[in-house]
Design a protein around this ligand. Structure first.
Ligand SMILES: [Zn+2]
Length: 282
């Protein structure tokens, strides 16, 4: 988590770079894009303000992710470039974000889609691998489906942000949601997720639940995975297609049955996680 995803129609960047006063000049500097290194890796164009090796494990991993996202969601591959801007220093990244995107909430990394470009911005810090897998997933998805609902967009990115060996099992989200379930303060509700309209509305609960629905569809039965894939194919053609909640209500026989299945899946994952942990501590 930690992503902010924005659709920006103002064609960012041009106005800030001009100006004569000291403040504007300083802002201009802060607003400069990283340009010391430029690497191409498949669909990705990586710009860094520090020397970065094209053979870096993380870059190879982001390239593999392209095929994983495409195969997992049955989406066609696109050649539309996804630009990744990497800042060596977190302070530089923060100054850049504040200068170029003053209206955006502060986040660890973010993805911006304009009419013409797909861009990811991130500092090179401890959790950069997870953040880049997350944001780059947005890039790969948006290169082919521009109208994916916000909650599902985040759920998919949370699912693919994990190292491949984890198979989409997001331990932080499982711990969070199963705790809330035990407290009796939370129940899955896909219709509530479908009402979300802006990134600033998204809480930890929403990210975790969005992940949970995606994991449940991707990893429980081939039929559910197919339902998600068909939905994405439809939404790609027509943004106003019937929402997932409606499709799931039909395929799972009722909302009640569907919610019970998601809860059971979460409980099973939590159980598995506890067993692993107790084995490890023995
Ligand atoms: Zn995101």
């Amino acid at each position: 988590m930690g992503c902010a995803h924005f659709i920006d129609s103002s064609r960012w960047g041009v106005s800030v770079l001009h100006g004569g006063t000291t403040t504007q000049a300083a802002m201009g500097q802060a607003a400069e894009l990283p340009n010391r290194t430029e690497l191409r890796a498949g669909q990705l164009v990586i710009h860094a303000d520090f020397p970065l090796d094209g053979q870096h494990r993380l870059i190879r991993e982001l390239e593999t992710l392209r095929a994983d996202v495409s195969e997992g969601l049955e989406l066609p591959l696109s050649d539309e470039p996804v630009h990744i801007y990497l800042f060596e220093k977190t302070e530089r990244y923060e100054a850049f974000a504040a200068s170029r995107f003053p209206a955006f909430p502060a986040r660890r990394a973010f993805f911006v889609e304009t009419d013409t470009t797909l861009s990811v911005f991130a500092p090179w810090q401890d959790r950069v691998a997870e953040d880049l897998r997350h944001e780059t997933t947005h890039g790969y998805v948006h290169a082919v489906v521009t109208t994916v609902p916000l909650w599902l967009d985040e759920g998919i990115a949370e699912y693919f942000e994990l190292p491949r060996v984890e198979q989409g099992v997001h331990r932080d989200h499982i711990a969070h949601l199963s705790g809330r379930l035990l407290e009796g303060t939370w129940q899955p509700n896909i219709e509530r997720l479908e009402l979300l309209e802006s990134a600033s509305q998204l809480s930890q609960d929403h990210y975790a639940e969005a992940w949970c629905w995606v994991h449940w569809m991707m990893r429980t039965t081939p039929e559910r995975r197919k339902l998600l894939q068909n939905y994405l194919a439809d939404v790609r053609r027509d943004g106003k297609t019937a929402p997932l909640s409606v499709r799931l209500r039909e395929s799972e026989t009722s909302t009640t049955v569907c919610l019970a299945a998601v809860r059971a899946h979460l409980e099973q994952l939590a159980q598995g996680m506890h067993e692993q942990e107790s084995q490890r501590s023995r």
